[in-house]
Design a protein. Structure first.
Length: 225
């Protein structure tokens, strides 16, 4: 197993390569987008760890070119919190997994293992927060052995909350992204769907709750630890 790390922060790249080797895989590092794309195009890697902000070419463009060239190596994308908007874009560009910086080593290892395990398969996009996971492919929300399928609006709303659980999402953003700019939807529509979602979280017995911050928005919060 060989893993390519494309990351311009040299210290982080070195740390990731060390972790990858400790996991028993080979590693290579590229710190520039264009060199990274060249290396990834060889198709010899089993997984690619890909930063978004890179000199030369950004991670989304690299991913797009790889997929266009039919290189199907699974990709673990590293995004910074400030790149939240970019990350929404990335949801549609064929990335396999996302990890938000800063992350803990075990989190990185778990994601990379999942990426490698799924190598060569069609990879459903799964978002994870605490004990809760959401499949963006079919809108299945799961907690332990329980799961249920969300309606399309419920899925769209909760996936916004999953993008960056620490950052509240305002009703305006939810309306714009879920119903569209020129819709008649209002705060009461958002409130109704949030209430459906809360009921479903309770049904699943999840630790995760949707909390509201007055005049700021909604976010996911795990009730323990
Ligand atoms: Ca970077």
């Amino acid at each position: 197993m060989r893993v390519l790390v494309i990351e311009d922060e040299r210290r982080l790249a070195g740390t990731l390569a060390d972790i990858i080797e400790e996991m028993g895989y080979g590693s290579a590092i590229r710190t520039d987008g264009i060199q990274g794309l060249d290396e990834a195009m060889t198709g010899i890697y089993d997984a690619i760890v890909l930063d978004v902000m890179l000199p030369g070419m950004n991670g989304f463009e690299i991913l797009r070119q790889l997929r266009q060239a039919k290189i199907e190596t699974p990709v673990l994308m590293l995004t910074a919190r400030s790149e939240l908007a970019d990350r929404v874009e990335g949801l549609n560009s064929g990335a396999d997994y996302y990890l938000t910086k800063p992350f803990e080593i075990p989190e990185f290892q778990a994601c990379l293992r999942a990426v490698i395990r799924r190598q060569g398969q069609i990879i459903p996009e799964i978002k994870q927060f605490d004990d809760l996971s959401l499949s963006l492919t079919d809108g299945r929300l799961s907690c332990g052995s329980r799961s249920l399928v969300l309606s399309s609006k419920e899925k769209d709303i909760i996936s916004l909350l999953f993008l960056n659980p620490q950052v509240p999402v305002s009703k305006e953003i939810i309306i714009t992204k879920v119903w569209g700019f020129d819709s008649d939807a209002g705060d009461n529509n958002v409130e109704a769907y949030i209430s459906f979602l809360r009921k479903k979280l309770t049904l699943l017995g999840s630790n995760v709750q949707i909390t509201a911050q007055r005049r700021i928005g909604y976010r996911l919060e795990a009730s323990h630890s």
